[in-house]
Design a protein around this ligand. Structure first.
Ligand SMILES: Nc1nc2c(ncn2[C@@H]2O[C@H](COP(=O)(O)OP(=O)(O)OP(=O)(O)O)[C@@H](O)[C@H]2O)c(=O)[nH]1
Ligand SMILES: [Mg+2]
Length: 437
């Protein structure tokens, strides 16, 4: 397996809120102290944070579960539980985050230090101080903390580069990157020398700079999963200009023009929008004997094609990565093109979490009633289950409050309408109680 990881699924679980407490003041000479149970503290969030020091998602290879701590429970003497610290998980710049279950986009993290809450900590339950009223000055009511959010998310890295170097294997992409930046990618006379994208900062002779990515060689069929290329095409998605590197020496016995067409087909079958990026054709290995001849032929073929294609001329830069000839002009034109080319928004019209509708929305349908084979009524639904989890069943008064909350939600009425009778068993999760008319 390659030492590069650019897609991973992880589980995140936020901390539960601390439970609120039922307590009363005990003071000398005061027969009935008032309520003194404090609130529980907030549970910790799980938060992703961009760390520019990271280049891949490698750190997630063996570590895929992230939890935040629960909030502290409320205490007597009116003391509130402490909120828990958030758990921060570092990700590289260019990480796209999705909910693995719904596929909804949660965020695209590009700036160093940028954060995204991926699992929200539960709020602390209220202690009995909060439930005191003139009518009920000494309530035995407290809430349990809210459960922390829990979900599976997908991280996908799309490297941040302005310019992408694409082409067949061994055409000299890495050689070029090593010449134009301080990056030191591996260079070899065999195919697929480059197995992971390399990034380099390029400075032009007139002082402008941009980030360039050298991608593993693409081969025909890569977008259908043949060869290495497919998994790396995503890294071109953020680039604004594509340097299409072509081996003009013909020394591998391939035809430069056929290579050019094949790579463009790859790009378009992965995502048509990749072809919207302006390209510069880099005619490489011009130091080789037959390169000049091949370039002439290539230009001719390209022009023939152009008659029926869009009219724009694609610039061609003859260079040699080895002798470094022609590089300055190539880089200056690349910088010019970058200045003219706006960014291509990756997730413009996509569904985000806010636009995805969860669960039941209309009033009065916040729960579901089913009937088990033993005739027990089963209540389920996100809201009702959360209420249940936040109820402290050790105190009768709290249980009564829960019953009132259910009635308020219309549960009693709905059960009655479904034919529930006095004494029928009703179940929420593992908790059972009798239906009372
Ligand atoms: N003559 C000549 N050879 C070159 C030139 N550029 C690269 N090469 C040679 O071509 C071979 C492949 O070069 P790389 O830079 O590794 O090619 P690549 O496109 O990164 O290849 P992959 O990573 O396998 O996709 C090496 O032997 C290089 O020395 C050039 O301008 N002229
Ligand atoms: Mg390479």
């Amino acid at each position: 397996m390659s030492m590069f990881l650019d897609q991973v699924t992880i589980d995140v679980k936020a901390g539960k809120g601390g439970d609120g407490m039922v307590a009363f003041r005990r003071e000398k000479y005061v027969p009935d102290g008032g309520p003194a149970g404090g609130d529980g503290g907030r549970g910790g969030n799980v938060i992703l944070i961009v760390d520019e020091g990271l280049r891949t998602l490698m750190d997630f290879r063996f570590h895929r579960h992230f939890k935040a701590r629960p909030g502290e429970n409320g205490m007597s003497k009116g003391m509130h539980g402490r909120g828990s610290e958030d758990t921060y998980v570092k990700v590289p710049q260019g990480t796209t985050v999705r909910d693995a279950t719904t596929g909804a986009l949660l965020g695209d993290l590009v700036k160093n230090g940028q954060t995204l809450v991926v699992a929200k900590g539960g709020r602390g339950g209220r202690g009995n101080i909060r439930f005191a009223s003139p009518k009920n000055p000494a309530p035995e009511i407290a809430e349990n903390g809210e459960p922390g959010q829990e979900r599976t998310i997908e991280l996908e890295l799309k490297v941040l580069a302005d310019v992408g170097l694409v082409g067949f294997p061994s055409v000299g992409k890495s050689t070029l990157l090593s010449v134009i930046s301080s990056a030191r990618p591996k260079i070899g006379a065999y195919h697929f020398t480059t197995l992971v994208p390399n990034l380099g900062m390029v400075t032009t002779s007139d002082g402008r700079s941009f980030a360039a990515a050298d991608l593993p060689g693409l081969i025909e069929g890569a977008s259908q999963g043949v060869g290495l290329g497919t998994q790396f095409l995503r890294h071109i998605e953020r680039t604004r200009v594509i340097l299409h590197v072509i081996d003009m020496s013909g020394m591998e016995g391939r035809d430069p023009y056929e290579d050019y067409v094949a790579i463009n087909q790859e790009l378009s079958s992965y995502n048509l929008r990749l072809l919207e990026r302006p390209q510069i054709i880099v005619a490489n290995k011009m130091d080789m004997p037959s390169a000049k001849e091949n370039l002439k032929k290539f230009k001719k073929q390209l022009n023939q094609e152009k008659e029926d294609e869009f009219a724009e001329t694609i610039p061609i830069f003859p260079i040699s990565g080895v002798t470094r000839k022609g590089i300055d002009a190539l880089l200056n034109t690349t910088a010019d093109l970058l200045e003219k080319t706006p960014e291509f928004p990756l997730y413009d019209e996509e569904m985000t979490e806010e636009t995805v509708q969860y669960g039941f929305t209309s009033e009065g349908s916040e729960f579901k009633i089913d009937r088990a084979s033993d005739a027990t009524w089963i209540l389920s639904g996100e809201k009702i289950e959360r209420l249940f989890q936040m109820t402290n069943f050790n105190h009768d008064e709290t249980v009564m409050r829960f019953a009132r909350q259910l009635r308020g939600m219309g549960v009693d009425e709905a059960l009655r309408n479904r034919g529930a009778r006095d004494g029928d068993l009703v179940r929420i999760g593992e908790f059972e109680f009798e239906f009372v008319e």
